[in-house]
Write a protein that binds this ligand. Sequence first.
Ligand SMILES: [Zn+2]
Length: 362
Amino acid sequence: MRDLSRGDRGKEVLDVQTRLHSQGFELGREGVDGFFGPHTELAVLSFQQQRGLLADARVGANTWRELVESGYALGDRLLYLREPPFRGDDVLSLQVKLNLLGFNAGPERGVYDEEVERAALDFQQNAGLHADGIVGESTLKKLEAVRKAESGREGKKIPDRDGGYVPARSLAGNSVTIDPGHGGTDLGVTSAGGLAEKDVTLALGLRTAELLRAEGCRVRLTREGDDRVPVYARAEAANGAATDFLLSLHCNADASPAARGGTAYYFQRSHYYSEHGRRLACSIGSRMEAAGFPWIGRFGRNYALLREARGIVLMVEPLFLTNPDDEDLAQQPGCMEKLARALVGGLADYLARIPPYRDDAP
Ligand SMILES: [Zn+2]
């Protein structure tokens, strides 16, 4: 699907509006009319803000996926383990319910994976139901019947079940997947002088991988050439390799050429966030600043890759390709070296500081 934004018209806009409307977003007097006007723009913006997406009022692949997934309520469809897995708010709310009851349904990402199935089977067995891992009416009824009050849960930090455990406290022995963003026909952001994000992320990714290998890490790249790799394939590459860390590399862009500064994004969806993703973001940010790169900060986001990949996942955008200084910098020979060293140094600092074993207690 092409990106939709203000001024667009057609069946796809109609579809977006229908979904927004059914989820209670205000579309003004025009309503569902197939025209992407100011009210639709506002509705997309509030939807993006509410869901932790990049709020740019455009419906691109990520926002579209989120619109589809957020349309499902628990009970709308049967849930079970399949390939590709069920994704959506119904799975998320199933995980929340199971986790509240003490069945470990894994990090609340809204993906029906093996961990959710195991928890569902566990629950069915305990509840005296036929244990088949298929969540339908009878399982939901039982869940509702034994559900504890959810009050007091809002705003609490949920333990980071997938984080905090790493095989080694030093770089050696850890497995790291490096994900250079974009590639092939997907250029990513392009600078005023024609520098493409996909080339910057590849150069940085390859150098980072070399440095990590030299430190004794097991390293895998989601691409080593100019290839187009879909986002789910990137997550699967990391999951298949049972990776401890996934570093996804991108560049930032803004309508204003003055915007500058590095950012890192970790997974966050409503009250659930990745504590270790956040810690890693801090360590890398400090190293970037120490290396002389301006740093804006770290943010929790519900991006598809952050949600889908297991282990400790971080998306880093060290440069703004729309900023002339950063554009210059990106083409200087030493720049990728400095950035790669900051990434590796940040990872080493994180590993040196983490508490001994799956211990999130302050
Ligand atoms: Zn990008």
